[in-house]
Design a protein around this ligand. Structure first.
Ligand SMILES: Cc1cc2nc3c(=O)[nH]c(=O)nc-3n(C[C@H](O)[C@H](O)[C@H](O)COP(=O)(O)OP(=O)(O)OC[C@H]3O[C@@H](n4cnc5c(N)ncnc54)[C@H](O)[C@@H]3O)c2cc1C
Length: 319
């Protein structure tokens, strides 16, 4: 056995001792992503609370293993060749509430499903998260990507986030320190860079008491708007960010690409910024659609669109 193999085996033994059967190797990731595409994780562990999340990150960091935190897998395109190193599936989901006189502060662990949290808040008569109804994924993914809809977004609701800095420990980031922009934050800007990424452990959200029926009516209106405008099926939501002064979906549609099919994936007829996996598409099929949309829009309108979705794993075109 060579040195590399024996080191990897020692690391796997260490993870197995701590996480038991929740640690596995060579795990197909397609089933953990909303687009239902992507190859295997070399190593895979499920964490069930914030302490386990930080433990997994710290072990990987100490052993120089690349790691990737997987939330709902609804804003990523995983390469067919999979992801090297450790994928940490985040199921840290505890939530607690406290009053501060005027507002209610909800502290949610980062693996909590965002839409379920929004429903929970509505049922309690707490306003501020209705925009999140119907957004798949976790609180952590939304904190990183400043997810939003219907005029609301994470930056308007979040007070602070507790973030694990590998090799250093936990630090509280205020809203300002996260430097939010449109689908952007200081944490999102770390994507694709060769550094140990910071990890969101939990988020503090500021909510305001409001009558349940008012909140319900608002949420129902958002849900029916979503149903009218977005396709069902396996996708990653909006593929590109809206460029300044434009809608990405409009540009792709105007370029004549609605319905374009490559392999098992197609550009939605209902909303051209949604790329749907309908016939066991590969990640490469989706990437080819991305390239086609980006190039055609650039040629026809001179606009260079920016991806909202993150390409992760071993892609052949290099990084
Ligand atoms: C049908 C559909 C509709 C959608 N509608 C919307 C919408 O209206 N508005 C919108 O903004 N988005 C939308 N999205 C996109 C997506 O749901 C959001 O971006 C969501 O917040 C992503 O969260 P996630 O947990 O799935 O993140 P993932 O896809 O799992 O991860 C995304 C990135 O965040 C990182 N990450 C995840 N958790 C953590 C953590 N705890 N700490 C550090 N990094 C972390 C990952 O490593 C990765 O880099 C939609 C997607 C789909 C499929």
């Amino acid at each position: 056995m060579d040195l590399k193999t024996s080191v990897i085996e020692a690391i796997q033994k260490q993870f197995s001792e701590i996480f038991g059967e929740r640690f596995q190797t060579n795990v197909p990731l397609a089933r953990y992503t909303s687009a239902r595409v992507g190859g295997p994780a070399e190593m895979f562990v499920i964490v069930e609370n914030a302490t386990e999340l930080q433990t997994a990150v710290e072990l990987a960091y100490a052993q120089h293993i690349p790691y990737f935190v997987l939330g709902g897998g609804s804003n990523i395109l995983v390469a067919d060749a999979g992801i090297e190193g450790l994928v940490i599936m985040n199921k840290a989901r505890s939530v607690r509430y406290r009053h501060n006189g005027v507002h209610v502060i909800c502290t949610a662990e980062s693996g909590m499903n965002l839409s379920s949290l929004a429903r929970q808040c509505i049922a309690k008569g707490l306003g501020g998260l209705e925009w999140a109804i119907g957004i798949p994924g976790t609180v952590g993914g939304a904190v990183v990507g400043n997810s939003g809809a219907h005029g609301g977004d994470m930056s308007q609701t979040l007070l602070a986030a507790t973030v694990w800095e590998p090799g250093r420990g936990a630090r509280i980031y205020t809203n300002e320190e996260l430097r939010y922009g449109y689908r952007d934050s200081i944490l999102k800007r770390e994507q694709g860079r060769n550094l140990a990424r910071r990890v969101v452990l939990s988020a503090e959200l500021q909510l305001t008491p409001e009558p349940v029926d008012v909140l319900m009516a608002r949420a129902n209106a958002f849900t029916s708007h979503r149903k009218q405008t977005q396709p069902g099926g396996a996708s990653m939501g909006s593929m590109f960010k809206n460029p300044e002064h434009y809608y990405a979906g409009y540009l792709i549609e105007a370029a004549g690409l609605k319905g374009l099919k490559i392999g098992g994936a197609h550009i939605s007829e209902k909303h051209a910024n949604f790329f749907v996996n309908d016939e066991e598409a590969t990640a490469e099929d989706v990437r080819a659609l991305i390239a086609e949309a980006w190039n055609t829009v650039r040629e026809q309108f001179g606009v260079e669109m920016e991806l909202e979705v993150e390409l992760v794993g071993k892609w052949e075109f290099g990084e």
